[in-house]
Design a protein around this ligand. Sequence first.
Ligand SMILES: [Zn+2]
Length: 331
Amino acid sequence: MKSRREVPERLTALAVLQSRVPARHEQRGRIRQDCRNRLAGYAGEKRADFFMAEARMRERPIVLRDVELPGVMTPIQTDTLILHPAFILVLEIKNIAGELFFDELSGQFYRMQSGKREGMRNPEDQLNRAIAALENHFASIGIPLPVEGAIVMASYKSVLQRAPITQPVITVDRLPVHLENLEKAGCLTLDRPQLIKMRDSLLVNRKKPHDKYLNWYGLAKADIMTGVRCPGCFVIGMQRGRGQWICNLCGVISKDAHLATLQEYRLLLGEMIFSNEVRWFLGLDNLAMAMRIINDYGIYNGHFKRNRAFALPQERFRLESYVHHLLYKST
Ligand SMILES: [Zn+2]
């Protein structure tokens, strides 16, 4: 059961934002907290991937990550969806420490930690919405079937004090056994072409418009700290000299550190970039240097006659090592 889980775009954008918004900015605290929460979520999903790979099943399932379905009010996101000939399973993965309570009467979900009660989005409700949306979706493509769900507890520091009623909760270590049991119980008999049809119908929804991350926090372009990020210590502000980038903090020298930094620009401000913006964002002294750099990398867009515009290719993988560095630091 392979298929790599990409670092989600939202997490990458938050990682970029939290390091490019100055400490004095009023939104900095909120951005950092959101980033920490998403890092924890991602770490939980990766842990679930690890255990899922250990399941011994006769038939190979198709695993989809971060699938988005149109919902009534807002899109419905599923962390992990498993398409297997014998079952369809959607996982809601929670990486939350503390004592956890599902209150069936009020529909509330909260945790108690160090005597403090903190309410959170109810994973049971999220899961039930995802299941309903998936069942509707599969029926709409001519494959009506029941979808199973499970809430996966990915943190070893969590204790379930009151369980939900409608959905099973399993610890992440039990995931392989859970999958093996579902295969044995085998409620469905789907063939490969059907599974592929289901997969493809979900991947169609993948292309969504670019999120406006600056708007989320009411940020303006002027709130963003510019400069090239060091691929060694990940601090912003490399110096340009002799055709390369030098970090004065850790001494790393790089020829192409600006490529990842331009991906940060793309994530926050969109794929189009003018040559003077290249100069601004990379913190360069002169426009000629910016032009040289972007000519080698961006795709020239001839629509603009005076100020030259370029399209930056989508290469978000260039930011993965930075996010993994944060992940490593936070765990
Ligand atoms: Zn450095």
